[in-house]
Ligand binder design. Structure first.
Ligand code: UN1
Length: 483
C-alpha cells in the first residue's frame, strides 16, 4: 500500500482529497517513459510542438474559472489572484506556442572560404522540474512550456500542498495532444522525491523554484553529477518611497506588494524604505489601510487577503514575529497574531503585520514568506539604495519617485534581477526574464527567450563545401600574412 498525503483547504481545514505518494519504482518508471519519449519528441517539428501548446492553452482558457476555484481551495489565495495564476499559464502557453516557429539560431560567416557556419538549439534530454505551491499553475507552466517546446521531456514534481493545480495543468497538456511520456507527473514531499529527482542519473537537467537553502543543496548535487541546473530562490524585496513620490500610488502599491498572496510570493514586498520627510504620514496611512484589509476565505469575492498555506508556514511566520519583537526589538505597529476566533479558527490565518525597524534586523534580512513587512526610515536616495542592497538576495526592487535622475540611478544601482518604477515589487510579465542576482539564483532566468537558454544547448555547425581540408587558425588567408 503506497503512502498517501492529504490535500487540506488552508481556509477551512477541510480535507479536499487524498493523494498517493509516488514510490521510487513509480519515479523510475516515469524516467524510463520520459527517456523513451524523448527520442521521438525531439524529432517532432518544433512548430508542431507549438501547435499542441496552443491547444493546451485554449483548454486552460475554457476551464479558467474552475481551475482557479480549485486552486483557491487548495492553497488559499483569493479568486482574483488564482484567476491571474491560471492566466499566467495561458499567457506562457501562448508565448511559447509562437516560439515553435522561431527558435532562432545564428548564421555567421566562416573565416575560411566555401564554408558555412551556424548555430542551432538542441534539447537537453529528460528534465526534472520541482515547483512550489504559491503559483501552482503559473510556475509549472514557466518550466514545462519552454522545456517541451525545445524538445525535452519532463518529470514534474509539484509541491505536495498543491497537487490538484498541477494535475489540472497536465490534464490540459495531455488532452491537447502531448504524446505519452513527454510530460510525467509525480507526487511527493520535497525532501524525499525531490532529492530522488536531483540524484537520478538519467535526468539531465533540474529546474528548481524554492528556498535558497534547499537550492544550494540542489545546486551542489547537480554540480557533482554534471547536470544543468536552474535555481529560482528567495527574496527580501524592498520598495523605496522617496519624498517626492505620489503617496496614494505608493500606498496602494505597498498594500498589494506586501499583503497580496498574504506575502507568500518570492517577489513580495517585505521591506519598505521610506524617506524621513514623508515617513510619519506614509506609516500612519499604511497602518490604517492595512488594518482594514478584509481577511478570509479566498472564495468570498470580498476577501482581500487569504490564509497562510499550511500550519508549518503559519508557525514560521509567528516565529519571525517573535524574533522581530524579542530579538530584534523592532516596534510592532500592526498585527503580529495568528487569528484564532470564529471562522478563522479552522484555517491558518495571520494578521497583516507591520514593523518599524532597521536594516540590520533579522526580520529585515531573512525571507519570511508571510504578511509581514518592515518599514525602514532613511535620509537620502543613496542611503535608500544601500539599504535595498543590504541583503544576500537580489530578486525584485522598486522605487516611487517623480525624479527621472533617481529613476535612472535606481535602475543602474539596485542589485536586483527585476526593477519596478512607480509600481510594487510584484507583477512580472511572462515575456520578460524572471529571476534574480546574488543568492536568489544561479545566473539563469525563467520566462521569455531567457528560458530557452535553460532548456536547450547550443550546437555550432560548420559546413565545408570547398572539397579540400581547410584548417581554421592555420591556413593563411590574408595576403601578406606570415604563416
Ligand atoms: C513569485 O513571486 O513567487 O511577478 C512569482 C509576479 C507573478 C509571479 C510571481 N507574475 O508577481
Amino acid at each position: 500500500m503506497p503512502k498517501h498525503f492529504q490535500n487540506i483547504n488552508p481556509a477551512t481545514g477541510q480535507l479536499i482529497n487524498i493523494v498517493p505518494e509516488s514510490t521510487p519504482s513509480d519515479l523510475d518508471a516515469a524516467v524510463k517513459k520520459a527517456k523513451d519519449a524523448f527520442q521521438s519528441w525531439r524529432r517532432f517539428p518544433a512548430a508542431k510542438r507549438g501547435e499542441i501548446l496552443l491547444r493546451s492553452m485554449k483548454l486552460l482558457e475554457e476551464h479558467k474559472e474552475e481551475f482557479a476555484k480549485e486552486m483557491t481551495e487548495e492553497m488559499g489565495k483569493p479568486l482574483k489572484e488564482t484567476r491571474g495564476d491560471v492566466q499566467e499559464a495561458i499567457d506562457t502557453g501562448f508565448y511559447y506556442a509562437g516560439e515553435g516557429r522561431r527558435l532562432f539560431g545564428q548564421t555567421t560567416p566562416s573565416e575560411l572560404p566555401d564554408k558555412f557556419a551556424m548555430t542551432v538549439r538542441i534539447p537537453v534530454g529528460v528534465c526534472g522540474l520541482i515547483t512550489p505551491w504559491n503559483f501552482p499553475m503559473a510556475i509549472p507552466s514557466w518550466k514545462i512550456y519552454p522545456a517541451i517546446l525545445c524538445g525535452n521531456t519532463v518529470i514534474l514534481k509539484p509541491s505536495s500542498l498543491t497537487p490538484n493545480s498541477a494535475k489540472n495543468f497536465v490534464w490540459a497538456l495531455e488532452k491537447a495532444g502531448v504524446p505519452p511520456g513527454v510530460v510525467n507527473l509525480v507526487y511527493g514531499e520535497g525532501a524525499e522525491s525531490g532529492q530522488w529527482l536531483v540524484n537520478h542519473p538519467e535526468i539531465s537537467l533540474i529546474s528548481f523554484t524554492g528556498s535558497s537553502r534547499t537550492g544550494s543543496s540542489v545546486g551542489e548535487t547537480c554540480g557533482k553529477l554534471h547536470k544543468k541546473c536552474s535555481l529560482e530562490l528567495g527574496g527580501k524585496n524592498a520598495m523605496i518611497v522617496m519624498d517626492d513620490a505620489d503617496l496614494d500610488l505608493a500606498l496602494e502599491g505597498a498594500l498589494w506588494g506586501a499583503f497580496g498572496t498574504a506575502g507568500q510570493r518570492c517577489t513580495a514586498t517585505s521591506r519598505i524604505i521610506v524617506h524621513e520627510k514623508i515617513y510619519k504620514k506614509f506609516r500612519d496611512r499604511l497602518v490604517e489601510r492595512a488594518r482594514k484589509l478584509k481577511i478570509g476565505n479566498g472564495l468570498d469575492p470580498k476577501t482581500e487577503m487569504g490564509p497562510i498555506v499550511s500550519e508549518t508556514q503559519l508557525e514560521t511566520v509567528a516565529r519571525y514575529v517573535e524574533i522581530g519583537k524579542n530579538v530584534d526589538h523592532a516596534r510592532l505597529l500592526l498585527g503580529g497574531n495568528i487569528m484564532k476566533k470564529g471562522a478563522y479558527a479552522r484555517g491558518h490565518f495571520f494578521e497583516p503585520t507591520i514593523f518599524e525597524g532597521t536594516s540590520n534586523m533579522r526580520i529585515a534580512q531573512e525571507e519570511i514568506f508571510g504578511p509581514v513587512v518592515v518599514l525602514i526610515k532613511i535620509k537620502s536616495f543613496e542611503e535608500a539604495v544601500s539599504v535595498l542592497n543590504s541583503t544576500v538576495y537580489g530578486l525584485s526592487g522598486s522605487i516611487y519617485t517623480q525624479d527621472i535622475r533617481r529613476v535612472m540611478r535606481a535602475i543602474q544601482d539596485m542589485e536586483t534581477g527585476i526593477t519596478y518604477v512607480n509600481a510594487p515589487t510584484i507583477g512580472a510579465e511572462v515575456h520578460l526574464p524572471f529571476g534574480g542576482v546574488k543568492h536568489t539564483g544561479n545566473g539563469h532566468r525563467e520566462a521569455g527567450t531567457a528560458a530557452l537558454d535553460i532548456f536547450s544547448e547550443w550546437k555550432a555547425v560548420y559546413i565545408d563545401y570547398s572539397g579540400r581540408l581547410q584548417k581554421a587558425q592555420i591556413d593563411a588567408q590574408m595576403p601578406g600574412r606570415k604563416p
